[in-house]
Ligand binder design. Structure first.
Ligand code: FES
Length: 110
């Protein structure tokens, strides 16, 4: 069964913002977009760049290492990045379910 863990620091997040959080030993990026919260694994599926250090751009998070972009709502790769001027394709980021309950933000990890 999915276990949901409360993220105390979520209240510090303003709309259009993102932050790194550790839940059950997993490092995630928590983002707030149009009032809703989304969680992705913080590790870029390409080479492990820290997504929470990237730019959040119109609902896409751009990896600070080589510029791959992922939809924060789903983790789906929007476009790949560039490494040594060579364009590459990238897989999807891992998305975790988020729910809000009585003003608390909870993230599900298995
Ligand atoms: S590590 Fe993220 S694009 Fe390469």
């Amino acid at each position: 069964m999915m276990e949901y863990v409360k993220i105390d620091s979520a209240s510090e997040l303003s709309d259009g913002g993102k932050m790194k959080v550790v839940v059950n030993g997993k490092t995630l990026m928590l983002a707030k977009l149009d009032g809703a919260y989304y969680a992705l694994d913080n590790k870029c599926p390409h080479m492990g760049g820290s997504l929470s250090d990237g730019n959040l751009n119109g609902g896409n998070i751009v990896c600070p290492r080589h510029g791959s972009a992922f939809d924060v709502r789903t983790g789906k790769a929007v476009h790949g990045g560039k490494l040594a001027f060579i364009k590459f394709k990238v897989g999807d980021a891992i998305a975790y379910p988020v729910k809000t309950q009585d003003g608390d933000v909870l993230v599900g990890t298995e």
